[in-house]
Structure formats: C-alpha cells, structure tokens
Design a protein around this ligand. Structure first.
Ligand SMILES: C[S@@+](CC[C@H](N)C(=O)[O-])C[C@H]1O[C@@H](n2cnc3c(N)ncnc32)[C@H](O)[C@@H]1O
Length: 309
C-alpha cells in the first residue's frame, strides 16, 4: 500500500519498505546500537565485518542482518532514539519530558506555538509532530550555531523542511512580536526574563510551560509568574521514569535510572484587565523568610483546581 500524497510531513519516512535516505538503527545482542543512513551501493563497516546497504534496501524493518558472525536487529529509529543519538549543540529535553510537555501544555493539532530556546531541536520535533502541518511552531534561539544544528536535525528527522516551522535567531524577549499565540514553551536558563513578551504574545487562556533544571530556577520562575499579574497560579512538577527488568521470576526495578532531568511549570494567561483570584491558602509560615509579616499580603492560588487524591 502506498502512502497517500496528503500524508503528514515525514510520515512516509516512517513506514513502508526501506528506501535510500532512510535511517536504520542496527542493534547487536548486547544492545549496542549503530545508526546508518541508507545509500544505494554503500557499505557499513564494523570491526566484525561489512554490511551492504543494498541488503536492507527494499526490505521491511524488523529484520535481522548478519555482520561477520553477529546478528543485528534492523529498525527505523523512533523519535526518542533519534533525539538521543543526533548531533547536539545544547543539552536536549529528554523524551519523557517532551511527552509531558506535549500532554500537559496541551499542544494540539493546528495550535500556534512559540518555543525558546531551540538548542538542538529535540523538543521542536515533538512540538512539530503535535501541531502538525496545519499548526505553527515559531522557535527562537539566541545562538546562530545552535539554530543551524537544530535545523539540520529537524530536516534529517522529517526528511526535509517542516511546513509549520520557522526559526528566528535572537533573544525571545526582544524578537517575539507574534500575538494570539496558544502555547509558549520555554527551555532556557532564565525564563522569567521573557514573561513580559510571553504575556503580550499569548491569547487569553493560552498557556506558558517552562522547563528548568534547578530548584532556584523553578522558584524564580514561579514567583515571577505570580508577581506578573497576568497569569494564573503556576503548577509545578517533575516526572521520574524507572525501567523494570522482567524475566521469569526476576521481576524488579532496574538498578539504574535517570535520577533528575528537570522541572516543569505551567500557567495560563488571564484575559486583559482580570485580577488573579485571591489565594485561598496562606503561604506557610516562613515560606518567604522571617519575619512572616514580610510575606506578600495578597497571595494567589489556583482557585478552580480541585484537590487531587
Ligand atoms: C537547554 S537548551 C534548549 C534545548 C532544546 N529544548 C532541545 O530540546 O534541544 C537552551 C537554549 O536556549 C537558548 N536561550 C537561552 N536564553 C534564550 C533567550 N532568551 N532567547 C532565545 N534563546 C535562548 C540557549 O542558547 C540554548 O540553546
């Protein structure tokens, strides 16, 4: 079955017989991976022997090819495989966090999304998949060299330029002039410096999502959102993923896991002129340092959020 011409950008690169230009991940029995890009007549050399690309071309994924006396499983890399093996300028958003961003920032097909910084383009790929060809992702990156790395990564993944994507080189807070934006996703050192620009860009009900690595960044971001006056009470969390070893009766958590990647924080844009509702719960004693009387007088909270179990 051939893919219809209206298939979303990059979809035809992800299914069907293996074609020149496709990436294939070769995994040996110990889990060691090599990623190759198929070229007619080319060969892949390892210390174990040689694999002719033509042996894979035209065939399905999920086959086993032999190099010397070792069998390799041949599969197209998933997006999560791709981002962890692609060239990096800056540190990428891990797949577990990219999934959280797409879900918890409610990035929907057709959405108008602003993102900064682009870094290596890992999160851009997840956002582009979520907004689709009819959406818009405007990405801002202050470093031109990182922007170039990201563009190359994104084009390699989708098999060419993505119609929904534009990259602007510059600081988000200076370069952002868009309005009526649905979502803003920030992965940068100091997201709090961009809040005026983000607030101007977002439509009422729009959402800002910040991904930060440290507790001090999280604290500064949350307090800046509260103090801004145009956002709802921020929600903050982190996610941890622990793999499991499952073999016969030996069913237990993996010994190793990625202990920390980053924190996520989301907040919604209020309509112009609307005051954030007063907080129901007072900050705990000493939360803003002693004496407690110095705590901000009118703290605000998410008034419509039910208590979770
Ligand atoms: C951790 S990296 C982003 C990684 C990216 N999300 C990914 O998944 O590949 C942070 C990037 O933000 C950029 N940056 C920092 N502050 C910025 C700003 N105010 N405007 C635009 N880019 C900024 C940095 O140059 C850096 O490339």
């Amino acid at each position: 079955m051939t893919t219809p011409p209206t298939a979303p950008t990059g979809a035809d690169r992800r299914r069907g017989p293996l074609r020149p230009g496709d990436q294939v991940q070769l995994t040996d029995p110990k889990g060691k991976m090599h990623t190759i890009t198929l070229v007619e007549g080319a060969a892949f050399h390892t210390h174990r022997g040689v694999l002719q690309h033509d042996d894979l071309l035209g065939g399905p994924e999920g086959t086993v090819v032999r190099i010397g006396s070792t069998d390799y499983l041949a599969l197209r890399p998933l997006l999560s495989d791709f981002v962890l093996s692609m060239p990096r300028g800056a540190q990428v958003v891990y797949p577990k966090d990219a999934g959280q961003v797409v879900q918890m920032a409610d990035v929907f097909p057709g959405a108008r999304v602003v993102e900064a910084g682009v870094g290596s383009g890992a999160l851009s790929m997840s956002l582009l998949r979520a907004v689709g060809d009819t959406g818009r992702l405007s990405s801002y990156e202050r470093r031109p060299d990182f922007a170039e790395i990201a563009k190359a990564n994104v084009e390699r993944f989708f098999g060419g330029p993505h119609p929904a994507w534009s990259v602007t080189v510059g600081d988000l807070q200076d370069a952002l002039v868009e309005t009526d934006v649905d979502r803003v996703v920030l992965d940068m050192l100091a997201p709090w410096e961009t809040l005026d620009a983000v607030s101007r860009a977002l439509r009422p009900g729009g959402l800002v999502c910040a991904y930060v690595a440290t507790t001090t960044q999280l604290s500064t971001t949350v307090e800046a959102l509260r103090a801004h006056g145009t956002f709802t009470e921020p929600q903050s969390w982190e996610s941890m993923v622990r793999g499991w070893h499952v073999e016969g009766l030996a069913v237990r958590p993996e010994h190793r896991m990625v202990g920390h990647t980053g924190f996520l924080c989301t907040s919604r844009r209020l309509a112009d002129g609307v005051e954030p509702p007063l907080r129901r719960r007072r900050p705990s004693k000493g939360a803003y340092g002693e004496p407690a009387a110095e705590a901000p007088p009118a703290e605000r909270d998410a008034p419509f959020r039910p208590d979770l179990p």
